[in-house]
Design a protein around this ligand. Structure first.
Ligand code: SAM
Length: 283
């Protein structure tokens, strides 16, 4: 199957009268080799149902259709969603293997096929919520490779105690093992973005608790990083009602109350959730 190149992307955009919207993170990949590389890095096989968020003009979709049993693509822009099957039919014999859903990815709670692998050049303004949303809603997703803004990639894979470590790092760690799998030059996009991009890989892990526990853990993470320069007894105190209560919870969890949220691993936040349960503290 032939992939899309720079000239074809521009022709398609002109035919659709498409002015790439910054608000939708519309930077389209114009280099088929990059798309093949991403699909290879994601180890997509003929057993996979690949999920692509934001297929745009179809650069990555075509490469995915070459390898996966099926591709489910969620695109918010109606013009792009309508055009995609037409583009695919012109380039591939596998158009029956593509399902396009014209919706905001953040509102998707059902897909016609259970996705096994996520491969996407994510819209940069919603990349973290989209990733967390699909990891939560679709437990069949076992792994993936996503392209995101370089700073976001650094946050997703950051370790405790580093400047990049924050809410995305800890929440992503609840669901998966994240890793850096490559950098992408600005020159492979049209229009060229004014930020750098990186590829992040993920492999789902066994979650450290059930969904009720996750909600408590995520609330603790939000509270700890809402005041990230403050000690945990104070940062969690605002959430739990007082610093004294927060201190008793942290001691019960075996965590020094003078630490900051950025020092804790996901397992430490789980210990806080367990301590809240053991101490029967409501919040
Ligand atoms: N995959 C294409 C490529 O690599 O050339 C396009 C990637 S472009 C960075 C992001 C795409 O996501 C755009 O097509 C945009 O319209 C779409 N998009 C933006 N926000 C979205 C959302 N909330 N849900 C689904 N698609 C979205």
């Amino acid at each position: 199957m032939s992939l899309l190149g720079a000239a074809e992307i521009r022709v398609l955009a002109a035919e659709l009268d498409l002015k790439p919207a910054k608000s939708l993170g519309q930077n389209f990949v114009i280099d088929g080799n990059i798309c093949r590389k991403i699909v290879r890095l994601a180890q997509v096989s003929s057993d996979d149902v690949a999920l692509e968020i934001g297929p745009g003009l179809g650069s990555l979709t075509l490469a995915l259709l070459d390898e996966a049993a099926a591709v489910v693509a969620v695109e918010i822009d109606q013009r792009l969603a309508r055009q995609l099957p037409i583009t695919v039919a012109a380039h591939s014999l596998r158009k029956e293997n593509l399902t396009v859903i014209n919706e905001d990815a953040l509102h998707i709670s059902y897909l016609p096929q259970a996705p096994t692998v996520m491969v996407a050049n994510l819209p940069y303004n919603v990349s973290v919520p989209v990733l967390l949303h699909f990891l939560e809603r679709f437990p069949t997703l076992r792994s993936g490779v996503v392209m995101v803004q370089a700073e976001v990639a650094d946050r997703l894979i950051a370790r405790p105690g580093t400047k990049d470590y924050g809410i995305p790092s800890v929440k992503a760690a609840w669901w998966a093992q994240m890793s850096h799998v490559g950098a992408v030059s600005r020159s492979v996009f049209w229009p060229a973005p004014n930020v750098d991009s990186k590829l992040v890989g993920f492999v789902r892990r066994q979650t450290p608790g059930d969904d009720a526990m996750r909600r408590v853990v995520f609330a603790a993470i939000d509270a700890a990083f809402a005041q990230r320069r403050k000690m945990l007894r104070s940062a969690l105190g605002s959430w739990l009602g007082s610093s004294a209560i927060a201190e008793s919870v942290l001691v019960k969890a075996g965590i020094d109350p003078k630490l900051r949220g950025e020092a804790l691993e996901i397992e430490d936040y789980c210990a806080i959730a367990n301590a809240l349960r053991d101490l029967a503290i409501e919040f």
